[in-house]
Design a protein around this ligand. Structure first.
Ligand code: XMP
Length: 247
């Protein structure tokens, strides 16, 4: 079986670089049906779908499993956004559960430490699953933490250390917010093709699809800008074209 990196790259060649963040308010009903409807309607413009706690908490494993199977039937990759960050045993049990419901990849927080991250990546790769490591968040208030100076023999900023750890651990990709194009450029130049860059923060959070792609991002994660639009198909199509540099 191909790796997660290869699988998402293959579908993105055909469908573009948009990953749908399928997030809904807690007051919304019929989450499974709405998600399946989104997949059926939007799949030609997506390479993947990201499920966050918005769905992972209210839905059960049967529903999540069904959603992942339907996404796969259209060739989409599925990502669990839980920013996993725990001791080795908890990380292992958690990813076992994610793979049992058919996810392709997990987003993790490298603050767990380099050795734990390396072990987790090795474990996930054995199952042909992907690991995407948080590097710099899209929310402006997170800048204070991710830009913090850390001393590790040399002095660098926390996101630079996280980037080094993502490379050293052989993670498949990193998350860098679309709201920080300069940081995307830095990461892209340093990581080259060894890491894919995934950027949330387009539209509602202020990031521009065009600028994010031209800064070096490989995949755009988009939620409310698509889901809350009157015409989600039109906006997804538009973003798809922008992600391919065709608009
Ligand atoms: P919107 O609606 O703003 O949704 O398009 C964005 C999605 O991405 C998640 N998000 C992040 N995830 N690092 C992450 O790993 C980030 O910096 C970040 N910013 C937003 C958010 O939870 C939502 O699912």
């Amino acid at each position: 079986m191909a790796t997660f990196k290869t699988r998402i790259s293959q579908i993105s060649k055909k469908n573009g670089k948009i990953i749908l963040a399928n997030d809904y308010e807690s007051s919304v009903d019929n989450l499974e049906a709405k998600t399946i409807q989104n997949i059926k309607q939007l799949h030609p413009y997506l390479c993947g779908i990201k499920l966050n706690f918005h769905l992972l908490l209210p839905l059960g494993s049967k529903e999540i499993s069904r959603i992942n199977k339907i996404a796969h039937s259209y060739g989409l990759q599925t990502i669990a956004d839980i920013k996993l960050n725990d001791i080795g045993n908890t990380n292992r049990v958690t990813t076992d559960h994610l793979w049992n419901v058919d996810f392709d990849a997990v987003i993790v927080n490298p603050i767990m430490g380099l050795d734990s991250l390396k072990k987790l990546v090795k474990l996930c790769h054995k199952e042909n699953k992907g690991v995407i490591t948080l590097c710099h968040m899209s929310a402006p208030e997170a800048k204070l933490s991710y830009d913090m100076e850390v001393k590790t023999g040399k002095t660098q900023q926390l996101y630079q250390l996280f980037l080094d750890w993502a490379i050293a651990s052989k993670s498949d990709g990193i998350v860098v917010g679309a709201t920080f194009p300069k940081i995307i450029r830095y990461c892209s130049q340093k990581a080259g093709k060894t890491l894919d860059i995934f950027s949330p923060g387009i539209g509602v959070q202020g990031g521009s699809a065009k600028e994010t792609i031209s800064s070096g991002t490989d995949y755009l994660i988009v939620g409310r800008t698509i889901l809350e639009d009157k015409n989600p198909v039109k906006i997804a199509k538009d973003l798809q074209l922008q992600s391919l540099g065709k608009k």
